[in-house]
Design a protein around this ligand. Structure first.
Ligand SMILES: *[C@@H]1O[C@H](CO)[C@@H](O)[C@H](O)[C@H]1NC(C)=O
Ligand SMILES: *[C@@H]1O[C@H](CO)[C@@H](O)[C@H](O)[C@H]1NC(C)=O
Ligand SMILES: *[C@@H]1O[C@H](CO)[C@@H](O)[C@H](O)[C@H]1NC(C)=O
Ligand SMILES: *[C@@H]1O[C@H](CO)[C@@H](O)[C@H](O)[C@H]1NC(C)=O
Ligand SMILES: *[C@@H]1O[C@H](CO)[C@@H](O)[C@H](O)[C@H]1NC(C)=O
Ligand SMILES: *[C@@H]1O[C@H](CO)[C@@H](O)[C@H](O)[C@H]1NC(C)=O
Ligand SMILES: *[C@@H]1O[C@H](CO)[C@@H](O)[C@H](O)[C@H]1NC(C)=O
Ligand SMILES: *[C@@H]1O[C@H](CO)[C@@H](O)[C@H](O)[C@H]1NC(C)=O
Ligand SMILES: *[C@@H]1O[C@H](CO)[C@@H](O)[C@H](O)[C@H]1NC(C)=O
Ligand SMILES: *[C@@H]1O[C@H](CO)[C@@H](O)[C@H](O)[C@H]1NC(C)=O
Ligand SMILES: *[C@@H]1O[C@H](CO)[C@@H](O)[C@H](O)[C@H]1NC(C)=O
Length: 508
């Protein structure tokens, strides 16, 4: 309770002392109503009061410096009012600042009327206690948007009638703890138990819609129909707030108990694909709803086709939209790309969007060129082309040539015979290994080239086996060069650097 005043009767000198000590706080605090006690989360008023209005925290000081007033109200989670004999009407505005309110008790007051939107700003309300108030009726619509775990109405004697039939139904369904309460209503002069109330022509609306889903093509018109039936005659409406297509409602009543509404959508927009058309029927007793799923077909469009981008694998990113989902095909050099371990598509769907990548594993300049994406469904076909420029290997080959030039030059000048033979053997081994399979020296290039050639090439030269020996031999190869060249001291440090450069570059 610390800083809050418990009552107005508190000695004024203490107030002044407090104010001087906690000036800063107090200037931003709100004042608790006189007959209540307040904390930061609760307003508790159990003393008789004949105030006519719902308690409202009042600003203590002209300026609420630094503290958000809305926050102060929002932090109140519980309000308890008891014996407030003057409180007859709960107005729409009374509780709208207490947006964080969870528990509300207004008991033994003189409450007769609760305005229809009284709880509209209190979505967190779970517990409402209206015990012992002279309410004669209560509408279900007050609680429509709340998830009440408990609604206490003990000691309230309603007027028997269709307007409280919903309480009977909630009791039957065991909703909001109403089934645990002994409730009564006045039937003329006699007080009867609510369970024993029988009202004719007073039922929950029934609803029937013309379709469970509709499939249309963009630009067409469609009409769907909804009937709300039972008495009292329900209000029927389609919720079309977020609909993009132009629409009209046509209402008709088939007396005595059917209210029918036709909804027509004109020139249907693709943006309404997947829209849920919901029809709502409500009357005094309650609300019923039913939905129709709208599926709008339209030809594909390619919204985005980006240039290759290096990620984990290299990706040509695309976004395609269409319904039914279009089939995608890729073309490169006038032929369709067959997916394999080196080129494949990875895609995801979101509503009517297809998003994804044409992925390349270690592409080379051989993969350079135009890539065409074709998207088609039964309504049409579109294509879009992007130029893919991949890592160019020419430079690397150049480096290797230089390397071999130096290598041969040095070796021919002066080398121990054993070393020469050894190196020559290794070189031969490597050359045979590589040229014999018509591939380049770069290991990167090799797999990428295979990628370009597709599955056939892969089968012809099983890669997993082939790659390993080459790697090993290159390792030994490099090692031997260093051993052989060092004693001759012929190559300049620049040459050695070049050697090292090449080695490291091709290991990465
Ligand atoms: C009001 O409630 C407080 C505690 O919340 C209690 O101490 C006090 O006795 C109550 N007053 C009356 C009149 O019941
Ligand atoms: C409220 O008023 C009733 C009588 O109307 C009394 O019995 C009860 O004690 C009062 N409650 C409080 C908390 O003052
Ligand atoms: C409120 O703040 C204004 C300026 O921000 C100031 O002029 C005024 O005196 C303050 N009023 C009070 C009651 O503190
Ligand atoms: C409201 O509550 C939050 C956390 O529960 C707290 O950080 C904030 O200071 C409170 N605001 C006021 C004005 O008491
Ligand atoms: C709510 O109402 C019941 C029945 O009238 C009463 O016994 C109970 O104390 C009330 N609950 C609260 C939290 O005030
Ligand atoms: C609505 O009621 C009318 C009249 O009974 C009937 O002709 C029509 O088929 C009904 N429509 C639906 C969607 O149930
Ligand atoms: C849709 O309705 C409008 C207005 O009634 C009409 O002009 C148009 O021809 C209709 N379109 C189709 C595809 O039926
Ligand atoms: C609603 O549409 C149905 C056919 O879908 C038609 O039979 C009925 O007459 C229409 N009702 C109104 C009020 O236009
Ligand atoms: C239908 O809608 C499209 C855009 O959604 C618009 O371009 C076209 O002119 C519309 N057609 C008619 C007949 O209103
Ligand atoms: C339809 O009814 C269900 C439960 O009956 C409810 O949860 C839902 O919010 C209602 N939908 C609309 C749009 O009112
Ligand atoms: C790629 O396509 C563009 C036009 O889209 C064309 O100008 C260019 O010559 C094509 N390049 C190749 C390598 O086919």
């Amino acid at each position: 309770m610390d800083l809050w005043f418990r009552s107005v009767r508190i000695c004024w000198w203490r107030v002044l002392l407090l104010m001087s000590v906690f000036q800063d706080y107090l200037s931003s605090m709100l004042d608790c109503p006189p007959t209540c006690s307040c904390s930061q989360t609760e307003i508790y008023c159990n003393k008789s009061d004949n105030g006519r209005f719902f308690p409202l925290l009042a600003l203590q000081d002209g300026n609420g410096t630094g503290v958000d007033i809305a926050d102060l109200f929002k932090n109140i989670t519980s309000i308890h009012l008891e014996n407030w004999t003057g409180l007859q009407t709960l107005r729409d505005v009374d509780m709208e600042l207490y947006t964080g309110l969870q528990r509300l008790t207004i008991m033994n007051c003189n409450l007769r009327v609760i305005q229809p939107r009284a709880f509209a700003q209190n979505p967190h309300l779970r517990y409402i206690n209206l015990s012992k108030n002279p309410l004669t009726t209560l509408s279900w619509q007050l609680f429509q948007h709340l998830q009440l775990s408990e609604l206490r109405l003990d000691g309230v004697v309603f007027d028997c009638g269709c307007s409280i039939r919903w309480i009977q139904l909630w009791q039957e369904k065991g909703e909001a703890g109403l089934h645990t309460q002994q409730l009564y209503c006045m039937n003329g002069a006699s007080k009867i138990r609510l369970n024993n109330m029988h009202i004719n022509s007073c039922d929950l609306p029934e609803i029937s819609v013309s379709h469970s889903s509709v499939l249309v093509t963009e630009g067409e018109n469609v009409t769907v129909s909804c009937n709300g039936s039972r008495l009292p005659l329900p209000e029927v409406d389609w919720t079309v707030g977020d609909l993009h297509s132009i629409n009209t409602h046509l209402s008709n009543v088939y007396w005595p108990d059917i209210h029918s509404i036709n909804l027509t959508l004109f020139n249907i927009s693709r943006d309404d694909n997947n829209f849920q058309l919901t029809c709502i029927a409500e009357n005094l007793v309650g609300m019923t709803n039913s939905s129709i799923q709208l599926n709008v077909q339209f030809p594909p469009v390619i919204l985005r086709l980006a240039e290759p981008e290096k990620r984990h694998d290299t990706c040509i990113e695309f976004t395609v939209r269409g319904y039914p989902y279009p089939k995608l095909r890729w073309f490169h050099k006038q032929t369709e790309i067959k997916e394999n371990d080196f080129i494949w598509t990875d895609k995801d769907t979101y509503q009517d969007y297809l998003e994804g990548c044409l992925l390349f594993k270690n592409p080379t300049h051989l993969n350079n060129g135009n890539y065409t994406l074709e998207a088609s469904n039964h309504l049409g076909t579109v294509t879009k082309t992007v130029y893919g420029h991949f890592l160019n290997d020419e430079a690397e080959i150049g480096e290797w040539t230089t390397f071999f030039f130096f290598f041969t030059q040095n070796v021919t000048i002066a080398v121990g015979l054993a070393g020469f033979a050894c190196v020559l053997l290794l070189v031969l081994f490597v050359l045979i290994n590589k040229y014999g399979r018509r591939s380049k020296f770069g290991m990167k290039g090799e797999s990428a080239q295979l990628a370009g050639q597709g599955r056939e090439a892969q089968k012809a030269a099983p890669l997993a086996f082939q790659n390993q020996p080459i790697r090993t031999s290159s390792g030994v190869f490099v090692l031997s060069i260093t051993l052989v060249l060092t004693p001759t001291s012929l190559p300049s440090s620049a040459t050695l650097e070049l050697v090292h450069h090449n080695v490291t570059c091709h290991k990465c």
